[in-house]
Write a protein that binds this ligand. Structure first.
Ligand code: GLC
Ligand code: CA
Length: 570
């Protein structure tokens, strides 16, 4: 393999001439869920050639980087977040050579590449887990994971009563090599996702190798999955679930979540990142208490951490403002830039969330927030409860608000089409383990992972020449790229204009709030005279003087209509 693909790039891409080590601070990062983005060979599964074929689209969209959800070999027990080999490409998705081609093609357009690292757990198909099963209790192979003897006289009870995040017990019993029922292993997620033992130096060394492997291939950064769970204190006696729940999570001493010592791992990773020029970047997916986030985002650690609080809010001026104020404070504390997220592969798409009846009772703790919109999905996605137009109107306004904020914006594939969640996927077509493990309680996340519509027609609306691995509804036709391309009022063209303008207007990472005299209208000014006004209410509002550069909805007699955002230059 060529270890430095960047130097192999054909042509003389300008961004390589002057590598800016701070490119990530205010980048617009577009998340690709590879299996559902574009399918080149028609087998119904998105692939790297599909991504390569859409590089012109990505370039035209005006994003700065792509983040690829896992494309590694996987049995797909959790959409690829069950990794069987961290240093290869799933043969259904492509090859390492195609990966290099993809990186080169993206780099040639000045687009950075971020890949997903899943360090908390592997797939049960990973060679290490197979070896652990074969080697039996007490072996060094088992020490790479978290095995315990069962409770009860014959060990037939799980070591604790812990529930996994995806529902069902967090321990699964294995069959020993001699055929007898044996030990139990811990999995915070699905049974096919055994948790690694991060106290084991071999595990640590292997991930350093993985980070170097992709960095050497020209990858610019990493998104770190469940970054707050790696280190665990599992000294006996283990607490019960009730005892575990009673331990505060925000003090760095919880046996499982957000332990202080996890940062020792990231300090080691930082050395690897900084050994490259420019340094590789990372962003933590860490669902931790707010005051705990800056450490993940610090320059000694991963460098950036996702801010999920915006995506758990309803479309509301006070709620949005509070999140922005808080997040900018936290970012300043960590020395990092803030991150903004409205949609990703784990949550109901924001166009849909904003089109549902008020869900005030579902906004609260983190866990509940994640469920926002879940009741609608559970009910089978009833059309009469979804106001599509309202959802899209608010989503466009929220997006222009987000893209004007200081810091980086993480966009999820399809949101640029104003795409809604697919709420009515038949049970037998579903793939997400959260559906299978929570019968009648959770329908899972498949609805935001349905393959993208590129064309009005075709067997999979242009996703590929064949079918789509999740069923696409008929209404995808009118949301397709083909239907929106060149249409001035389309959401796609709004994203294109916004991302282009954002690059021109981009400025220091600060904002100043502007008094609007109305509780439901927010306005802020960025250095250089870039003013953003968002009307969360329904009554029109006058705009400050200046040139209107962009608006999420047509102005009415110079006034900003309800549920709309405008960018103004002063
Ligand atoms: C993260 C991913 C999610 C996955 C989980 C377990 O939260 O975003 O998709 O299911 O980790 O890996
Ligand atoms: Ca394919």
């Amino acid at each position: 393999m060529t270890s430095t693909p960047q130097t192999d790039v054909v042509g003389s891409p300008q961004h390589l001439a002057a590598e800016d080590p701070t490119w990530w601070r205010q980048a617009a990062v577009y998340q690709i869920y590879p299996r559902s983005f574009a399918d080149a060979n028609g087998d119904g599964i998105g692939d790297l050639q599909g991504i390569i074929s859409r590089v012109p689209y990505l370039s035209g969209l005006g994003i700065d980087a792509v983040w690829l959800s896992p494309f590694y070999p996987s049995a797909l027990a959790d959409g690829g977040y069950d990794v069987a080999d961290y240093r290869d490409v799933d043969p259904r998705i492509g090859t390492l050579e195609e990966f290099d081609q993809m990186v080169a093609a993206l780099h040639a357009e000045g687009i950075k590449v971020v890949v997903d690292i899943v360090p908390n757990h592997s797939s049960d198909d990973h060679v290490w887990f197979r070896q652990a099963l074969a080697a039996g209790p007490g072996s060094p192979e088992r020490e790479r994971y978290i095995f315990r003897d069962g409770a009860g006289d014959d060990g037939s009870e799980p070591p604790t009563d812990w529930t996994s995040i995806f529902g069902g017990p967090a321990w699964t019993r294995v069959t020993e090599p001699d055929g007898t029922p044996g030990q139990w292993y811990l999995h915070l997620f699905a049974p096919e996702q055994p948790d690694f033992n991060w106290a084991n130096p071999e595990v640590r060394a292997d991930f350093l190798k993985t980070l170097r492997f992709w960095s050497d291939r020209g990858v610019d950064g990493f998104r770190i999955d469940v970054a707050h769970a790696l280190t665990k204190d599992l000294t006996d006696p283990l607490p019960s679930e009730a005892e575990l729940d009673a331990i505060p999570r925000g003090e760095g001493q919880h046996p499982i979540w957000d332990r202080d010592e996890v940062h020792e791992i990231y300090a080691e990773w930082r050395k690897v990142f900084d050994s490259y020029d420019p340094p590789r970047t990372a962003v933590a997916e860490a669902w931790v208490e707010r005051h705990r986030r800056p450490r993940y985002a610090s320059a000694e650690g991963l460098g950036q951490a996702f801010e999920f609080d915006l995506l758990t809010q309803e479309f509301d001026a006070a709620a949005f403002k509070e999140v922005v104020v808080d997040s900018l404070t936290l970012a300043a504390e960590s020395g990092s830039s803030s991150t903004w997220v409205l949609s990703n592969h784990d949550v109901v798409r924001h166009a849909t969330r904003y089109g549902l009846p008020p869900l005030a009772d579902q906004v609260g703790s983190t866990e509940q927030d994640q469920k926002q919109g879940a009741a609608w999905v559970l009910a089978g996605g009833p059309e009469d409860q979804l106001d599509r137009e309202q959802g899209e109107r608010r989503a466009r306004a929220a997006t222009l608000f987000e893209l004007a904020l200081p810091g980086s914006a993480y966009l999820y594939q399809g949101e640029e089409l104003g795409l809604h969640e697919v709420g009515d996927i038949a049970d037998d077509a579903r793939q997400d383990p959260t559906f299978f493990r929570n019968p009648g309680v959770d329908k899972g996340r498949d609805g935001c992972r349905v393959p993208l519509p590129w064309a009005r027609t075709g067997s999979s609306f242009g996703f590929g020449p064949g079918p789509a691995h999740l069923p696409q509804p008929q209404w995808f036709a009118e949301y397709s790229v083909e239907a929106q391309d060149g249409q001035q009022d389309s959401t796609l063209e709004l994203y294109r204009s916004a991302l282009r303008l954002r690059r021109q207007l981009q400025t220091a990472e600060t904002l100043e709030w502007v008094d609007t005299g109305r509780d439901d209208v927010l306005a802020f000014r960025r250095p250089g005279g870039w003013v953003t006004v968002t009307n969360f209410g329904t009554a029109e509002t006058p705009l400050p003087a200046g040139e209107v550069l962009l608006a999420s909805a047509p102005l009415r007699d110079g006034q900003l209509p309800g549920e709309a955002t405008a960018w103004i230059r002063q």
